[in-house]
Design a protein around this ligand. Structure first.
Ligand SMILES: Nc1ncnc2c1ncn2[C@@H]1O[C@H](COP(=O)(O)OP(=O)(O)OP(=O)(O)O)[C@@H](O)[C@H]1O
Ligand SMILES: [Mg+2]
Length: 261
C-alpha cells in the first residue's frame, strides 16, 4: 500500500473536521475524492502531505509515517514526503518572475541540487508532455489559466513524485480550458502514476479513476468503483450531492402539478 490512513481525526476548536478516517490506497490507483463543500476533502489531502497537522490516528505514505501533532519524528518524515509526494492546487501559484521552463526546473535545481543542464532537459520533456513546448519562455501572466495549471503539473512532476495529490485542479479554469488539463491527467493515469484528485468533474471521476470516495462531514460515506458510487450510491447524502434525488413533494400535492410520484 502506498498510502494507509488509520483513524485520522482532526478538529478545529471543538468542531470535528475529520472524524476517524481509515482508507488504504495501492500504487497506481487513481482515486477521485468527491463530496459536498466543507466535507473535509482539502483537509484530508493537506494532512496526507503534511501541510496540516492532525489530532489522532496515523498516516503512512510512500513508506513514511506521520503521527498527530508536530514531533521530531514527523519533521523527519515530512522532509522525505516533500520530495516524493507532489501537490497541485486549484490556484496554481507559479513563480511570477520565472518562465514556464524556469518554474519547472526550480525545485530539481534548488531543492534536489540537480545539474542545470539535466534539469532543463527533463523540464523540456515534461513541458512537451503537458503540450506546452511552444510556451517554455512564457511568463505566468502571459499564459492562460489552463496553460498555467499544466505548467504547475509539470512542475510537480519534475520532482518525480510517487504520489500526486490534486485539489480541484480544474475548478478555477474557464470551461473550455478544463478539457486540456483533464487530458493531461488521463495521460498520467494511463502511465500508472498514483493520484488522489479532489474534483467536481463527475465525468472525469467516472471515466478516469479506479475508485471514488465520497467525503461528508469528515467521514467517508462511499468508497468503491466509479460506476457503483456514481450510478448507485448507497447513501442518501451522496444521491443529493449528485443531484439524483427527486424533488421532495407531498404525495397529495404531486398530482396537482402533473408529477407522477
Ligand atoms: N483553518 C481553519 N480553521 C477553522 N476551520 C477550518 C479551517 N480550514 C477548514 N476549516 C473547516 O473545515 C471543514 C472542512 O474544510 P475543507 O476545506 O477540508 O472542505 P472541502 O471538502 O475541501 O470543501 P470544498 O469543496 O468547499 O473545498 C469546513 O467546515 C471548513 O470550514
Ligand atoms: Mg476543498
Amino acid at each position: 500500500m502506498i498510502i494507509e490512513v488509520k483513524q485520522l481525526t482532526k478538529t478545529y476548536g471543538d468542531r470535528p473536521i475529520l472524524a476517524g478516517i481509515s482508507a488504504t490506497f495501492s500504487k497506481g490507483q487513481v482515486i477521485s475524492l468527491i463530496g459536498p463543500s466543507g466535507g473535509g476533502k482539502s483537509t484530508l489531502l493537506r494532512c496526507l502531505n503534511g501541510l496540516e497537522e492532525f489530532d489522532g490516528g496515523e498516516i503512512a505514505i510512500v513508506g513514511e509515517r506521520l503521527g498527530p501533532g508536530r514531533g521530531r519524528a514527523n519533521a523527519r518524515a515530512l522532509a522525505a514526503i516533500r520530495g516524493r509526494v507532489g501537490m497541485v492546487f486549484q490556484q496554481w501559484n507559479l513563480f511570477a518572475h520565472r518562465t514556464a521552463l524556469g518554474n519547472v526546473i526550480e525545485a530539481p535545481v534548488y531543492v534536489k541540487g540537480a545539474p542545470l543542464a539535466e534539469a532543463t532537459a527533463r523540464a523540456r520533456q515534461l513541458l512537451a508532455r503537458v503540450g506546452l513546448s511552444h510556451r517554455e519562455g512564457a511568463y505566468p501572466h502571459e499564459m492562460s489559466g489552463g496553460e498555467q495549471q499544466r505548467v504547475a503539473i509539470a512542475r510537480a512532476l519534475a520532482m518525480d513524485p510517487e504520489v500526486l495529490l490534486l485539489d480541484e485542479p480544474t475548478s478555477a479554469l474557464d470551461p473550455e480550458r478544463v478539457g486540456e488539463v483533464l487530458d493531461v491527467l488521463r495521460g498520467l493515469a494511463d502511465d500508472g502514476l498514483t493520484m488522489l484528485i479532489v474534483t467536481h468533474e463527475m465525468r472525469f471521476a467516472r471515466e478516469a479513476s479506479d475508485r471514488v470516495l465520497v467525503l461528508h462531514g469528515g467521514a467517508i460515506i462511499e468508497d468503491g468503483p466509479p460506476a457503483a458510487v456514481i450510478d448507485r450510491p448507497q447513501h442518501e447524502r451522496t444521491r443529493a450531492f449528485l443531484g439524483l434525488t427527486r424533488p421532495m413533494l407531498a404525495p397529495d400535492l404531486a398530482p396537482q402539478i402533473g408529477l407522477a410520484v
